[in-house]
Design a binder for this molecule. Structure first.
Ligand code: ADE
Length: 248
């Protein structure tokens, strides 16, 4: 039962490879995969790079080449839901592609020939992630500690697309369009829905958590790199350590 831990960027899972027992690296499909034991369980660490195609390639390699029997994504996202603030955590309930539109052949957002718009995450893995995030007591710190309360943990829909959302007007347009079709997204990112679709195809359980690096607004391009550099890996290390200790 190999668990894959997948992120887009190195900063999103920095420090985890160093904690593995019997660590080794394997090059495959232009990527470096890190294998070993974490909390006594076989794991494979992977970096997809950014975007849905890169994420789908990496998820497929994890399953086909490395025998991953479950996949957990850890990374950052832009908060677009009401009250989803920088430093909060979003644990995905399900994913959709906000840039999928084959209308009028298929309803907007529906993945053609899947008869499906939203791809659900695995319930058991997701519940374990939610418990781990609550137990971690994580705080962003520094300028990202925007209010005195601890960061909140949200659970709901995450929207993926091949676009870095970086304007308040863009968020507004995206949310309005999604709401018109009954979807209320908490966060946007660029990989999750692709991994969810690959996992659906292979019948591999999938769960995802995202710390909120920015509000996908006009300062997103400043907040994102700073959060990535100074905070993101701490979320991954802390929450996933709790997660591993609870994994059956
Ligand atoms: N990942 C983190 N922030 C993001 C944003 N604003 N848009 C898309 N992906 C993101």
């Amino acid at each position: 039962m190999t668990l894959a831990i997948l992120s887009a960027l190195a900063e999103e899972q920095q420090g985890i490879f160093e904690q593995l027992e019997q660590p080794r690296r394997v090059q495959h499909a232009g990527r470096s995969f890190g294998l070993g034991l974490w909390y006594g369980q076989p794991v494979v660490l992977a970096l997809s790079r950014i975007g849905k195609v890169a994420a789908a390639t990496t998820a497929t390699a994890l399953i086909e080449r490395f025998g991953a029997s479950r996949i957990v994504f850890t990374g950052v996202a832009g908060g677009v839901g009401e009250g989803v603030q920088v430093g909060d955590v979003v644990v995905a309930a399900d994913f959709l592609q906000h840039d999928m539109n084959a209308a009028p052949l298929f309803p907007p957002y529906e993945v053609p020939l899947y008869d499906q718009t939203r791809f659900r995450c695995d319930e058991k893995l997701t519940t374990t992630l939610l418990i781990a995030a609550s137990a971690s007591g994580i705080c962003a710190g520094g300028r990202f500690c925007l209010n005195p309360e601890p960061p909140r943990i949200h659970h709901g829909l995450v929207a993926s697309g091949d676009r870095f959302v970086s304007a308040a007007s863009e968020v507004q347009a995206l949310q309005t369009a999604l709401r018109a079709h009954g979807h209320e997204a908490l966060a946007v990112e660029m990989e999750g829905a692709a991994v969810a679709q690959v996992c659906h195809d292979y019948g591999v359980p999938f769960a995802a958590m995202r710390s909120i690096s920015d509000r996908a607004d006009d300062t997103a391009h400043v907040d994102f790199p700073e959060f990535i550099r100074s905070v993101a890996s701490r979320y991954a290390q802390t929450i996933l350590a709790e997660f591993m200790q609870r994994l059956g």
